[in-house]
Ligand binder design. Sequence first.
Ligand code: NAD
Length: 336
Amino acid sequence: MRVLVTGGSGYVGSHAVRALHRAGHEPIILDNLSTGHRRLSTGFTLVEGDIADERKLAPLLEGVDAVLHFAALAYVGESVAEPRKYIRNNVECAIKLLDAVLASRVRIFVLSSTCAVYGVPAELPIRESSPREPINPYGATKLFLEQVLAAYAGAYGLRYAALRYFNAAGAHPDGSIGEIHRPETHLIPLALKAALGAAPPLRVFGSRLNTPDGSCIRDFVHVADLASAHVLALEYLQAGGPSTTLNLGTGQGASVAEVLAMVKSVSGREVPHELAEARPGDPPALIADPSLSRKVLGWEARYGLREIVSSAWEWERKLQNSDWLREAEMAGHPGI
Ligand SMILES: NC(=O)c1ccc[n+]([C@@H]2O[C@H](COP(=O)([O-])OP(=O)(O)OC[C@H]3O[C@@H](n4cnc5c(N)ncnc54)[C@H](O)[C@@H]3O)[C@@H](O)[C@H]2O)c1
């Protein structure tokens, strides 16, 4: 299939682009490079532009069979401080994209959604039917988009998969690409940067939570596993599968303390860190029930925490010794 990949120059999208190519599909990236990196798209077709640019979208959509939609802003804290930016980009711009899709022949659409749609879960593991009560504008934008998709599917024959990722982490197993968020807010890259002395000591939010070791628990899912789930979702929809909403997680939680121990085991280095108060609204534990993804797509995470941390460690060392970060800075991305 020829597939338009919005946000394909970002972290998760760039891994999906490679997985698509490997599976024999043809990805075409549309990215405005607002948080993405041209170099993550090396070797693939990149159309520089915005998902709200209808004139650019119409000819692009004429030539494709499906859309994978990764393009969004995804900083929870920023979404609280600047909700308009999130509503504009993640909702208004996405609606323009969907209008262009409906004006075209394309009827297959895959959305990057998030476990942030669940807010603070009442039960673990979290099932797709668990209450969706986002506690920040970022999660609300994704939930709204899921609801728009459900309405458009009913009314206009769109078929979609909304994939709710838990905590994306790790880097491509071949070491060519990995995570570059500026600023970085995710635990594993921050821990690795701290271990390398490339960032201040890690701030560990919450150490007296109601979890076995008192620190937060998250379900870290390898970005390569997320990428393969997108290929499976696409092929499922192409084969006529009905619209679906699925969790993408491993079903296993890892605490912050366990992650730091894994960093030490993989890298041989301690992570300098300091304990801080738990952040208001930060759920003590988020763990997916991934059984529906297994049933619908036959998908299961292949990689565990060790592979996640070791691939991220290889990537982080490469990143710190490369000119990628300087290049990103020159391209106008905010500082670390
Ligand atoms: N990283 C995670 O842990 C995680 C977890 C759950 C969901 N997600 C979702 O996955 C998707 C990808 O996340 P990521 O971590 O790769 O983020 P990222 O910032 O690395 O990638 C997003 C990409 O979208 C592009 N983009 C943003 N707005 C655009 C627009 N209006 N037009 C064109 N391009 C635009 C950016 O330039 C960037 O390349 C997002 O939708 C995010 O909400 C990510």
